[in-house]
Design a binder for this molecule. Structure first.
Ligand code: NAI
Ligand code: MG
Length: 372
């Protein structure tokens, strides 16, 4: 019997190809797992009105972790247009399967390592080794939004906040509102996770990134929480920075930072910026981590432009598999895999198009597997 059950969720477009590549290296590692395929992605939105059918989440509940490729998603009107005619007008609405997974399994922590592997021609600078902890369930992406804003909601806010008046003058029907909601619990959890990681991997500092001088309540909450949490880790320095300045400093001095913590939107921005510092979408991977379950993914999308061409860089998906191995406690296999990736990058003989070469997805996976 296999030691692990893994939910295998290739999804759409190049997700299918890069996951196939990841499978090559996992097999070479003799990772003792049963992979259970799960339906996910655009095809299922079109056919069933749900990009993450219930049978998939039910299956996932019986597994130890999930590995996810990529999905296609489209704006509201286009999504409705492509829906099976039999389902149209029946109240189906497109929800991102990634967001659905995060909510259903309470995958509260988005972990994004960004490492400049020596020899990668796409490195912005050598020596970058950052890890981002992005809060995954609340903040600016908590999903509480209004357009138009119901009059009752406006009235309540107007009664409780002097700044609302100027908006009433513009006409309630012209107002769109998205709320940034943060809780003490989630702030504590994400900061604590970051400090625990720093302790485990011997990092010296944790930088909390927000904008508390402007976003005084939510920003203030995460900063105060961080200061409290930091007291339990006297050997690790807590740094506090503003999101705008932090983006600038990541370009100027990217090697000055080890661990960054932020709420959902700011963490999203930091993650993409940092990913590009170390090679971009072909290298960027993430873990969506909850208390007892986690889903790992390359962060790129389905890249329709390259679908079916065996061209996409599989390293992001391969590194996502490495993260999964670490999370499962298979640290030895994770290390072997990362070393193999690092060696292939350093040698520079096998390179996909994004690295300036013309090797295929499958070839890259094969060469990495050879090093294992
Ligand atoms: P994308 O990430 O699919 O691709 C953008 C560009 O990045 C590609 O055209 C390609 O030049 C490059 N790229 C991406 N992955 C690569 C890889 N592995 N190797 C080499 N180059 C790579 O983003 P795009 O084009 O904005 O979106 C395409 C579809 O994917 C959309 O439907 C979008 O909604 C969806 N999407 C899904 C995500 C996910 O599943 N996590 C994330 C981002 C977009
Ligand atoms: Mg993003």
């Amino acid at each position: 019997m296999s030691k692990y059950k893994i939910a295998w969720l290739p999804g759409d477009g190049i997700g299918k190809e890069t996951m196939e590549a990841a499978k090559i290296v996992l097999d070479k590692l003799k990772f003792n797992a049963e992979y259970i395929h799960g339906d996910i992605g655009w095809e299922f939105w079109k056919k069933e009105g749900n990009a993450l059918p219930k049978r998939t989440t039910e299956m996932m509940k019986k597994t130890d972790a999930g590995l996810f490729g990529a999905i296609t998603s489209k704006p509201k009107q286009e999504a409705e247009k492509e829906l099976d005619p039999a389902l149209k007008g029946k109240g189906y609405e497109y929800y991102s399967p990634i967001v659905q997974m995060r909510q259903e399994f309470d995958l509260h922590t988005n972990l994004r390592p960004c490492k400049a592997y020596p020899g990668n021609p796409l490195n912005y600078k050598e020596g970058i080794d950052l890890v981002i902890f992005r809060e995954n369930t609340e903040g600016m992406y908590c999903g509480v939004e209004f357009y138009p804003i119901p009059e009752k909601v406006f009235d309540v806010l107007d009664r409780h906040h002097p700044k609302m008046k100027k908006f009433r003058d513009k006409g309630i029907e012209n107002i769109a509102m998205s709320m940034r909601i943060m809780t003490k619990q989630s702030c504590t959890r994400i900061v604590k996770n970051a400090f625990e990681y720093a302790k485990k991997y011997d990092r010296r500092s944790v930088t909390v990134v927000d904008k508390p001088n402007v976003l005084r309540e939510t920003g203030g909450l995460i900063i105060r929480t961080a200061r409290r949490v930091a007291q339990d880790y006297p050997d690790i320095e807590l740094r506090e920075t503003n999101i705008d300045a932090q983006c600038m400093w990541l370009i100027k001095n990217p090697t000055d930072y080890e661990i960054l913590v932020a709420e959902n939107l700011f963490g999203d921005i930091l993650s993409d910026l940092s990913a590009q510092l170390v090679g971009g979408l072909g290298f960027a991977c993430a873990g969506n981590i909850g208390d007892g379950y986690a889903v790992f993914e390359p962060t790129h999308g389905s890249a329709p432009k390259y679908t079916g061409q065996n061209k996409a860089n599989p390293i992001a998906s391969i590194l996502a598999s490495k993260m999964m191995l670490d999370w499962l406690g298979e640290t030895e296999k994770a290390k072997i895999l990362e070393d193999a990736v690092a060696e292939v990058i350093k040698e520079g003989k096998c390179r996909t198009y994004d690295m300036g070469g013309n090797n295929t997805t499958q070839e890259m996976a094969g060469v990495i597997a050879e090093k294992i």
